[in-house]
Ligand binder design. Sequence first.
Ligand SMILES: [Zn+2]
Length: 139
Amino acid sequence: MTENAQMTADDMMPAVAEHERELKPALRKGWAKRCPSCGTGKLFQGYLKVHHDCTVCGEELYHQRADDGPAYLTIIVVGHVMAPLLHIFYVHVVQDPLILATIFTVGTVAASLYLLPRFKGFMIAFQWAKRMHGFAGKK
Ligand SMILES: [Zn+2]
């Protein structure tokens, strides 16, 4: 019998669990635009540019590959909220197209600007927690 054959599933589980990162706290930190590791350091320098590494704990953040994901999520959410609202507003509140266009242009831009960096932080935190791309490194 080889050494590997004698190991049970219980023998292997603690090793796996030690290296897992908790997903929900990381996602909350990412949504708050904070480092998914420590939750203290800022994730972005500016609006969407990600820090090379965390200024507080030193966690490397440049491994992130959010790419177009945050923009797609923002479009999906804002579109699915604004489309029914437009219908409701037109039927029950305002029928003037110029007023409707003004309200919904401002609302859509504001909602998109609010959600985009949060979805990006969320995605980076997800990648960090799941050890995707270069986040597999250290503990
Ligand atoms: Zn940090």
